[in-house]
Every structure is written in structure tokens, then in C-alpha cells.
Design a protein around this ligand. Structure first.
Ligand SMILES: [Zn+2]
Length: 301
């Protein structure tokens, strides 16, 4: 499509006469009448690159995988520069990354790169941005009873990525803030919104239930005991002060009931069994995070 337009309207002349806005409108109106494909989405990125003198503009309605991964990388960089500290111990990183990579390969979107990182934060939380970036707080690793529970949370976050929830939320926020032009969203603004969403994701019952549903599927496909996901939620529900991860999600009782109904439909022979060894998990986690007996006691309640 890009070459077609270039042939019809010599860009330099159009820009000189009508300015960049005219080009944006021209292209935007062209998007509506045609069915965009992945390759066309890339063409648009390229043409805007040229038009805006290197300021990358994203069309969030048809972001390619490549663009999403690129955006995810920038958000990750910005998050680590200003908002979060990640743990770099190779042993901890490779343990979590290995769990995540196996789940991602069993997801509905195995063909983008994934990266799983541990945040140095005692709060029980996990979050995902876009383009394969997932973050788990050390506090959540400590709170889980076994590897299957940790894997369940990671699988839920992968569910958000496979359904492109962050991309959709970014589009909604850009529209709400009035910062998306007809041409799209410029890169620095996109990264800024991506960081805001990562740290403070708005509640969306539909997104969360979808991530639960897919997470459960990915967990089971990877061989982990699917019951671990509702079990972990039940454990968090019993905690005296509800952790951050619950406050950003729909009613926990509903989530548990829905998950358990879905597990009941999986035949016994197809149910994963792995990841339930609590002793092995605690030994590993306690040695990494040097849990004091008081914390350990609180954790078991
Ligand atoms: Zn979620």
C-alpha cells in the first residue's frame, strides 16, 4: 500500500502543500477501506518513520509482533531505569525463566521471544507488559507453597500477553488521554503509557478471567498440577491483608470457582501432576531469599 500511495501522491509535494497532518489523514482513511495485513502494518511503520524524521509512530490497532516486541523492550528498559529493581542472581533468574519458557512454548503464542524477570520487592505481585515481558516479585515466590503455584501465576501473566491485553489497554488509554493522532501513537508516549499500565493496571474482569482460563490451560499442558492456581488464590484470600495482586483482579471467590469448574472438566488422565513438592520448593526459596523464622511462620498461615 505504501508504494501505491507514494506513486499517486509524491510525498514531498503533499507535505509541502498540506503538512504532515494531511498525509496522516490520507493514510488513516486508506486503512479503513482496506483489510490490513501484517506486512502492511510494517509498511505503515516504515512510511511514518520517514515522514516523522525518525520519530517512530505505532498503529496500535494493527501492531505487528515485531513492533510489539520492540515496544516491550523499551518499556522494560524504562521500568528498570526508573521504577523497579530486578534480581540478577543467575540461579534465581534461570529458575524462573526456565519455568516461564516451558509455559510459553505451550501457550497459544509460542513464536515471540519471552523474558521472565524477578523484581526485588516483598509485595505479592506479578505483572506483564507486552511483547513477552513478564515480572514476578520475590514476595510472590516466597508466598507460593510450591513450584506449580508459582508457575500458575506466570501462566496467568502469559495469558495476558497471548491475548495482547496490554496493547488493547494502551490503545484505550491513548484515546482517553487524547494523545493518539490519526497517524498513531509516538514511541515515547507509548513507552510512558506502557510503564504506567505495567505498574498500575486497570481492573478488567474480562481480561483477568481470560488470563485465568488460558493460564490454567498452559499450566496443565506443561505438566503442572492445574489445581495449584486456584489453591494459590485461596491461600492469598485467607491472608490478613489482601495482597496487591488480588486488588488488581476481579472477585477472588469467583475466580476460584470458575477455575475449579474448568479443572473438573479435565479428565484425570490429562491432568498435570508436576510441581507439588513443597519441601524441595521451600528449601530452594528459603536459601535464596534468606527467610527468617518469623517470615516463614507468617507465610504458612
Ligand atoms: Zn491478571
Amino acid at each position: 500500500m505504501a508504494w501505491f500511495l507514494q506513486g499517486l501522491f509524491p510525498l514531498r509535494r503533499v507535505v509541502k502543500r498540506w503538512g504532515y497532518g494531511a498525509i496522516a489523514l490520507l493514510l488513516a482513511s486508506t486503512i479503513v477501506v482496506s483489510t490490513p495485513t501484517a506486512s502492511q502494518a510494517l509498511d505503515f511503520g516504515d512510511i511514518f518513520n520517514i515522514l516523522r524524521n525518525g520519530v517512530r509512530v505505532f498503529q496500535l490497532s494493527n501492531l505487528s509482533d515485531q513492533q510489539e516486541v520492540e515496544l516491550g523492550k523499551q518499556i522494560d528498559r524504562q521500568l528498570k531505569q526508573s521504577q523497579i529493581r530486578v534480581i540478577t542472581s543467575p540461579e534465581i533468574v534461570s529458575y524462573v525463566d526456565d519455568i516461564g519458557q516451558r509455559l510459553a512454548q505451550n501457550s497459544n503464542r509460542p513464536d515471540i521471544p519471552y523474558r521472565f524477570q524477578v523484581v526485588r520487592d516483598a509485595k505479592i505481585n506479578a505483572f506483564a507488559t507486552m511483547g513477552g515481558f513478564v515480572y514476578v516479585n520475590a514476595g510472590l515466590m516466597v508466598a507460593a507453597d510450591n513450584e506449580a503455584q508459582l508457575a500458575g501465576v506466570i501462566a496467568h501473566e502469559i495469558g495476558h500477553i497471548t491475548e495482547r491485553h496490554a496493547v488493547n489497554q494502551m490503545r484505550q488509554r491513548a484515546i482517553a488521554q487524547g494523545v493518539a493522532s490519526a497517524a498513531g501513537l509516538d514511541r515515547s508516549r507509548a513507552v510512558q503509557i506502557g510503564v504506567e499500565l505495567a505498574l498500575n493496571r486497570p481492573k478488567s474482569r474480562r481480561d483477568e478471567l481470560e488470563a485465568d482460563d488460558l493460564g490454567l490451560t498452559y499450566l496443565n499442558r506443561t505438566g503442572y498440577a492445574p489445581q495449584a492456581l486456584p489453591n494459590f488464590l485461596r491461600k492469598l484470600l485467607r491472608a490478613s491483608s489482601p495482597p496487591t495482586i488480588l486488588s488488581t483482579h476481579p472477585d477472588t471467590g469467583d475466580r476460584i470457582a470458575i477455575l475449579e469448574a474448568k479443572i473438573a472438566q479435565i479428565p484425570n488422565s490429562q491432568r498435570g501432576q508436576d510441581g507439588l513438592d513443597e519441601l524441595e520448593y521451600r528449601k530452594r526459596i528459603d536459601s535464596w531469599f534468606k527467610i527468617s523464622p518469623a517470615n516463614s511462620q507468617r507465610r504458612r498461615q
